[in-house]
Design a protein around this ligand. Structure first.
Ligand code: AMP
Ligand code: MG
Length: 351
């Protein structure tokens, strides 16, 4: 399959291109497009064949459900039933934006889209290209991250091309995304709201609007215990992992630097390609030949925005051993560390 790659500039909108993309989607084809979180791989959420194509293109396990993207509140009532009042309050505050809600699904949503579940994940993205595409197609778009399953999510169209060229009909390129981490997922289908995946919208932000919110206990452990499995099916899979060995080193600043310098020196002397992922503030502490500045601790957004690109870079540079600082923090830190810990297979060195 020849994948069309097209630039779409929101200041000079190309209506013909948008109509072409919408037509592909209506015929059951796949179009990758930017959202404010990461690039998504879109298909008609109500067409089981389109969903099947999404799973095939990504190599995604079919029990890992897709998030359905909408552009207006009417869509919510078409796709979900028994919608609690808290869902409306959250929508009011955070939509359009990087929040996904899990709700009980209506009959209209095929189980192929929900990975066999009786619930559906719904989000209203704020990116203008995403909005235009949903509107022009007149569809609800199932859109998981537009990467090969297991790889870091794409934050620019080039990442999508690297993973999915020849496997999908079109890639719409509107430049780099803004946030760079996937949406926060909150489950509102049970008795108590629960975060199934941390993201840009933090626990504190949600609680300000709807009161107490739990965090899925399965998120915190890297354990193999089936009772501690994360509730979002996708969160149980190995994800984002670079080909080399990635470890996170946690502790006081100087002790972390000392440990990383000792370990990287050993690897370099043994002839291995080695790299350190460090904050802008700390990069001068390291003696390793490759030190990657991932962003500033005073501006966690910059770390989030660079994370996936840095992980992809590690593979491109064929790095064997990677050591990263920890970026745990009050705000976005939870979301950053959730992804980084998964990428590291929960390998943490505490010093
Ligand atoms: P992605 O679209 O690649 O960001 O992945 C979507 C994430 O949402 C995965 O971790 C899914 O397991 C999760 N998800 C989607 N639908 C549901 C659902 N109905 N219940 C729980 N988790 C869901
Ligand atoms: Mg994904």
């Amino acid at each position: 399959m020849n994948t069309i790659i097209a630039q779409y500039d929101n200041d000079h909108r190309d209506a013909d291109l948008m109509r072409r993309a919408a037509q592909i989607l209506r015929e059951g084809g796949l179009v990758a497009f930017p959202t404010e979180t990461v690039y998504g791989l879109g298909g008609d959420a109500l067409n089981p064949e389109a969903s099947a194509r999404i799973y095939a293109a990504k190599g995604r396990p079919s029990d890992n459900p897709l998030i359905v993207h909408i552009a207006d509140m009417e869509a919510l009532k078409v796709l979900a039933r028994e919608i609690p009042e808290k869902a409306y309050r959250l929508a009011d505050h955070f939509w359009p934006g990087p929040l996904t809600m899990i709700l009980k699904k209506t009959e209209i949503v095929p189980v192929q889209t929900t990975g066999g579940l009786d619930t559906v994940a719904i989000r209203m993205p704020s990116h203008p290209t995403a909005y235009e595409l949903i509107r022009t197609s007149g569809l609800y778009l199932a859109a998981p991250s537009a990467n090969t399953s297991g790889r870091p999510s794409p934050t620019e169209a080039e990442h999508v091309r690297q993973d999915l060229d020849g496997r999908i009909d079109m890639i719409i390129d509107s430049g780099r995304v803004d946030i760079g981490l996937e949406s926060t997922i909150v489950d509102l289908s049970g008795d108590e709201p629960m975060i199934l995946r941390p993201g840009y919208i933090t626990k504190a932000m949600l609680e300000e609007v709807i009161g107490p919110v739990k965090i899925d206990p399965g998120l915190l452990s890297g354990s193999e215990d089936p009772h501690m499995r994360p509730k979002a099916p996708g969160m149980k899979y190995r994800h984002y992992a670079p080909k080399g060995s990635l470890s996170i080193v946690e502790g006081k600043r100087d002790a972390v630097a000392e440990t990383i310098n000792r370990l990287t020196k050993e690897h370099e002397e043994a002839g291995h390609r080695t790299a350190v992922i460090a904050s802008e503030e700390n990069q001068d502490l390291y003696t390793c030949e490759r030190v990657i500045d991932i962003g500033s601790r005073d501006h966690e957004e910059s770390i989030a925005a660079n994370l996936y690109e840095v992980l992809r870079q590690m593979d491109e540079d064929q790095i064997d051993y990677i050591y990263s600082e920890s970026f745990a923090g009050a705000g976005l830190g939870a979301a950053i560390m959730n992804r980084l810990l998964k990428a590291a297979g929960h390998k943490v060195i505490r010093v």
